[in-house]
Design a protein around this ligand. Structure first.
Ligand code: NAD
Length: 322
């Protein structure tokens, strides 16, 4: 078997599983998923790649150095997605976010250092820049995270980069905007709204609905991660975004139009505590590496709604459980 061996932490979650599919479909590389299978990680999410000879699954926790070292040994590269990822959960219970995202990332980086892994990509978020009322955040902008989630992710970025500066570990950091697409846990905005609409239920919209996010199709993000893995410079940070800055109300209107419903399906609810108004990133650096987004927002929303319509087997049990 040719190609690299890539360890993907958090590969049974939303973006990690799409990344695994992307790697298997577009390269000769083989992939080991290392995932604790929290509520957000599910074997059903990677069922379709389970019998691929280039795929392996290891159940394990990034906070456990021994099992992580056993799994990571022999790999050429590590792509680190594993994290607690839902802002609302971080507001009601920050401890797990600090533990997994900061301590866990330290274990990932330290294990990569000891095993002299050739390439490490740490997956970060645009939320670390805080609310950006106008313009777009550059990688060199100050970090102003304002939720426990984004603070823990800012901490994890700095931990990851410290392993490059201190020990020479070849770490690169990506900071992506809000993802959507297949296999996203139905607590996040787009799958929650979509599945509610498919079930003829209302959708809860925070505050005045004017918070703005740059929505990116998950496969475009995965391609960006791959470009950064292949061509990014160690010690550097690369923003990834689609240039789709859209107020939530407009996003909801697009979803309503796709499923053939109207405003009567929308229920305005009390705003999220500390809700950042707007995120937007400058993507000149990742564009210089050759990355371009492939789908427009409208195309990607159509594809996503179609996927949720066709894959009730995946999301119905998860929604019932949560
Ligand atoms: P997700 O919640 O869908 O998946 C997280 C995965 O990590 C799950 O499979 C879970 O089981 C696993 N995990 C959690 N704790 C673990 C631990 N201690 N050990 C091993 N595995 C563990 O999250 P996602 O939306 O796919 O996000 C993946 C990464 O991308 C995260 O680092 C997140 O911060 C980042 N990110 C997400 C977005 C987004 O819009 N979803 C945007 C930018 C960056």
């Amino acid at each position: 078997m040719s190609g690299r061996r890539i360890l993907v932490t958090g590969g049974a979650g939303f973006i990690g599983s799409n990344y695994v599919r992307h790697v298997l479909a577009t390269t000769d590389d083989s992939v080991t998923v290392f995932d604790a299978l929290t509520y957000a990680g599910n074997l059903s999410t990677i069922r379709d790649v389970d019998d691929d000879p280039r795929f392996e699954f290891v159940k394990g926790n990034i906070c456990d150095p021994e099992s992580l070292e056993d799994a990571m040994r022999g790999h050429d590269a590590v792509v680190h997605f594993a994290a607690e990822s839902h802002v609302d959960r971080s507001i009601t219970g920050p401890d797990d976010f600090i533990h997994t995202n900061c301590f866990g990332t330290n274990v990932v980086m330290d294990t990569a250092r000891r095993l002299e892994i050739g390439r490490v990509v740490h997956i970060g978020t645009d939320e670390v820049y805080g609310s950006v009322e106008v313009g777009s955040s550059k990688e060199s902008d100050p970090l102003e995270p304002r939720s426990p989630y984004s603070a823990s992710k800012a901490g994890s970025d700095l931990i990851a980069l410290s392993y490059h500066h201190t020990y020479g570990v070849p770490v690169t950091v990506t900071r992506c905007t809000n993802n959507f697409g297949p296999y996203q846990f139905p607590e996040k905005a787009i799958p929650l709204f979509t599945t509610n609409l498919l079930d003829d239920a209302t959708i809860p919209l925070y505050g005045d609905g004017l918070n703005e996010r740059d929505w990116i199709y998950v496969d475009d993000h995965c391609a960006g991660v791959q470009v950064v893995l292949d061509h990014g410079a160690p010690g550097e940070i690369y923003n990834v975004g689609a240039g789709n800055e859209t107020p939530n109300r407009v996003l909801v209107d697009k979803l309503l139009a796709i499923v053939g419903k109207d405003e009567a399906s929308v229920r305005y609810v009390t705003d999220r505590l500390g809700h950042d108004r707007r995120y937007s990133v400058d993507i000149a650096k990742v564009t210089d590496l050759g990355w371009r987004r492939q789908r427009t927002l409208d195309e990607a929303l159509e594809a996503t709604v179609a996927w949720y319509r066709d894959n009730r087997w995946w999301w119905e049990p998860l929604k019932q459980r949560s």
